[in-house]
Unconditional design. Structure first.
Length: 113
């Protein structure tokens, strides 16, 4: 009985809470990266319909890495942050709303020129 209690206590203490915000990318940087990834996905989808080698060469993965490099974001940290946000829907909604606002601003800028 004593061993079971000790093992249970150790198991509880060894578990990290999944709600920690450690090593998460800032929401302002995330919204830009998410928007750029969405643009890359749209471009990739259209281009791969015209050229099937895009799928074979996994051009979308290459574009993602270019976006991560451009924004100085680590791929692992990005997906860690997305994983955290998916478990926190209010914060995830804030991110997606912010990315949508970036989209609207960009479209307004394009229409002005």
């Amino acid at each position: 009985m004593r061993n079971v209690l000790l093992i249970s206590l150790l198991a509880l203490l060894s578990c990290k809470p999944t709600t920690k915000k450690e090593n998460l990318i800032d929401i302002n940087k995330m919204k830009v990266v998410v928007w750029q990834l969405m643009q890359a996905d749209e471009y990739y989808t259209r281009a791969s319909l015209l050229d099937s080698t895009w799928k074979l060469n996994k051009k979308n993965v290459q574009m993602y890495q270019q976006i991560f490099d451009l924004n100085k974001v680590d791929r692992v940290a990005f997906y860690h942050t997305i994983d955290y946000l998916e478990r926190h829907p209010i914060e995830f909604k804030e991110l997606m709303d912010s990315a949508n606002e970036v989209s609207k601003r960009e479209k307004l800028q394009q229409n002005k020129h």
